[in-house]
Design a protein around this ligand. Structure first.
Ligand code: FRU
Length: 700
């Protein structure tokens, strides 16, 4: 029965029922791919977090298995332990001592099992003393282990848990933000390595162990590149450069939330080296925080004698009752350093103990990006006096046509850092900024500085995906380096709990094979759908070459059900047009459609999901779902550009031919949105070749 529900992905991994977030414990062993995942057995929103489990022989057909690690609730209904994200290994040499006799012998010697060991974060909502005597604080996050001698079907928690109760003394205050251990066997040093996150510090801690039980802290990494938000779910692994097994480099994938490339959750990658103790980023991968975007329009700033936001043309509502400089409506002059020609101030402080908003006058969006320096949120954050971080979050939002189209929440960052919003979809339109303090925490604080329009983003990170829906991506243990495979959660914390599916919530991305490739003299992390995905493709349903595709739309007939689940390959070259692409899941009146293509002027791949269907699940002040997402991909006039698109009912994943960029987006169109339309805009596109295959469902 499962598989026929509205919006149900047909070839992406989804739980049969209930809530899912991050992939965990990705492990290949004895011909079987295991996937564990953050799971709520009791509902379709986040909670009672447990590890779900499924297995596959090909990464596309999955068999669902019983819950591996189930949330612990005491007799009074208090949640005692949730099983947060982590990883899994096979302890081939029985370093842990968790093996058991198999009943078989070789040369008179007993053969032992090879235990599977899961390494996860114990999230303890309730203070208590564990049965082994360890004293657990409320909200503590610690690293724990469990083992299985039946290939992951049943698990035993180690009696000595947690094995890393707290971060090192210098980070003692981060006891409740320490999570997501990724563990792997490091052959050169013959020991286990763990990388775990100090989420609020944008710092990863690296540990080593001989037995998976006793861990030594070796080093730390970060903050680095994208730092605006919490760091979560790291993965550290080697890859070969251009397939050369003698040229190995190490790659870090890091989840960041909020502060992703679009808004909310995102994934960055960093290429470097790892010697068994320390990860060092390649110099070429450093983001220079002083770099001003190229071709930018920085507004003149001048010292203002204004002492209120109103004098600057801003409007304030609500009751900011903070003291002195934190009071929005009676800001003292020292906090308003400048005032932009078109009405945007260069420094804005907002906060206090009340709730409310301040809004800028209208201005016209001038270029593809708005970049700004931002700090604050709940800084200086003192858990003893300041309530929870959530109580103190303040955000700056961009409003176009009455809707918030971009939002950035302040974070506990001591320094000003750059953020960029891609606003290419609204150039020339009127907009305004609105800063909101939605909660009444006592130390809410927002600092916005140097608002800049530019043609390129502040280069703040190497994003692993430029869409809104690829998060907490981690990689498989147990595969050869040349087959390193990642899976991400195809969702975003900005709206994950509200997406309009009713019996289950969230899908995983397509599994992606990773590699390093030298492109234009720079080593890049590239990705492609795992090769087994192609076993689901039908024979070609449509293929055509147009020596010239003229300006306008060309409808392509793809039979149901494949008009909602297909693989679409496009190759094309620049003609006289400005954009080329395809509209998918388009309805009869063209009021719904998801538009994917290449912008020859902007030199980027784009996905437009403004009209992709149901957006109503997003509440009005957090309207992060609709959007136009781009990934810069420079090309020359003579280049053949290639895009490969996977459409699966309620998602699109777009890859360029080399796999340099990916854009992943959920969409929620009505069932009969099924037209496929090629288009060339602003003129013609040359040498267009189109190939469409249907994709078979993995549901029986
Ligand atoms: C990332 C995350 C992890 C945490 C898990 C809890 O999405 O916040 O940091 O372990 O989800 O479900």
């Amino acid at each position: 029965l499962f598989g026929s529900e509205e919006y149900r992905p047909q070839f992406h991994f989804t739980p049969e029922e209930n809530w899912m977030n991050d992939p965990n414990g990705l492990l290949y062993h004895d011909g079987i791919y295991h996937i564990f995942y953050q799971y709520n057995p009791n509902g379709t929103k986040w909670g009672y977090i447990s590890w779900g489990h499924a297995i596959s022989t090909d990464l596309v057909h999955w068999k669902h298995l019983p819950i591996a690690l189930e949330c612990e609730v005491d007799p009074n209904g208090n949640v005692m332990e949730m099983f947060f994200s982590g990883s899994a290994v096979v302890d081939v040499n029985n370093t842990s001592g968790f093996a058991i006799p198999t009943g078989k012998a070789q040369k008179g010697k007993e053969i032992l099992s090879q235990p599977m060991v899961a390494i996860y974060t114990s999230n303890y909502p309730t203070a208590h003393t564990a049965s082994n005597g360890q004293v657990i604080q409320q909200g503590q996050q610690s690293q724990s282990i469990a083992f299985s001698n039946d290939n992951g079907l049943t698990w035993t928690k180690y009696k000595g848990n947690p094995v890393i109760p707290s971060p090192p003394p210098e980070y003692a205050d981060q006891y409740n933000q320490f999570r997501d251990p990724f563990v792997f066997w490091h052959s050169p040093s013959s020991r286990w390595i763990m990388v775990a996150s100090l989420a609020m510090k944008q710092t990863l801690l690296i540990y080593s162990s001989d037995n998976l039980k006793d861990w030594t802290w070796e080093s730390q990494f970060g903050p680095y590149n994208a730092t605006f938000g919490e760091w979560e779910c790291p993965s550290l692994f080697p890859l070969y450069v251009d397939g050369n097994t003698a040229a190995e480099k190490w790659v870090l994938l890091i989840g960041i939330n909020p502060g992703g490339v679009v808004a909310g959750s995102g994934t960055q990658s960093i290429i470097g080296s790892f010697d068994g103790k320390t990860f060092v980023a390649d110099p070429s991968d450093v983001y220079d925080p002083t770099k001003v975007p190229v071709d930018s329009t920085v507004f003149q700033d001048f010292e203002s004698t204004s002492s209120t936001f109103e004098e600057l043309g801003w409007t304030a509502t609500g009751d900011f009752v903070g003291s002195g400089p934190r009071n929005a409506s009676t800001v003292n002059a020292g906090n308003i350093k400048g005032y932009l020609g078109n009405g945007i101030m260069t420094t804005c402080l907002l906060g206090g103990t009340g709730t409310g908003t301040i809004a800028s006058p209208n201005f016209t969006i001038a270029k593809d990006y708005i970049s700004f320096l931002i700090a604050g949120g709940y800084y200086p954050y003192n858990p003893a006096t300041a309530g929870t971080p959530e109580d103190n979050q303040v955000s700056i939002n961009l409003v176009v046509d009455g809707k918030i189209v971009r939002s950035q929440t302040g974070a506990n960052t001591e320094n000003l850092v750059w953020r960029s919003w891609n606003v290419a979809g609204w150039v020339g339109q009127e907009a305004y900024l609105i800063a909101t303090d939605a909660n009444s925490g006592p130390s809410a604080h927002l600092h916005i500085d140097e608002i800049v329009f530019s043609n390129s983003p502040k280069e703040e990170a190497n994003w692993n995906d430029f869409g809104p829906d690829y998060y907490a991506a981690v990689t498989y243990n147990g595969l050869p380096t040349s087959e390193r495979t990642a899976i991400g959660w195809m969702n975003n914390w900005a709206y994950a709990n509200n997406i309009p599916t009713s019996t289950w919530r969230s899908a995983m991305s397509i599994p992606r094979t990773l590699a390093l490739k030298t492109i234009n003299n720079k080593i890049r992390l590239v990705q492609q759908p795992a090769s087994s995905v192609s076993t689901l493709y039908t024979s070609t349903l449509y293929s055509h070459n147009f020596s010239v595709l003229h300006c306008g739309e060309t409808q392509v007939n793809v039979p149901a059900p494949y008009n909602a689940r297909m693989k679409l390959g496009l190759k094309f070259s620049r003609g006289t047009g400005t954009k080329f692409g395809v509209a998918l899941r388009s309805n009869a009146t063209n009021t719904q459609e998801t538009v994917i293509g290449y912008d020859f002027l902007g030199q980027n791949v784009f996905v437009d999901r403004f009209k992709s269907g149901n957006n109503s699940f997003v509440d009005s002040d957090q309207n992060a779902f609709p959007g136009y997402f781009i990934a810069t991909l420079p090309t020359k006039a003579t280049d053949v550009i290639e895009l490969n698109i996977l459409l699966d009912w309620s998602s699109v994943e777009v890859f360029d031919g080399e796999g340099q960029i990916a854009i992943t987006c959920q969409i929620f169109p009505v069932d009969d949105s099924a037209k496929v339309k090629l288009f060339s805009q602003g003129g013609s596109t040359k040498s267009v070749s189109v190939a469409i295959n249907g994709i078979n469902s993995v549901w029986k």
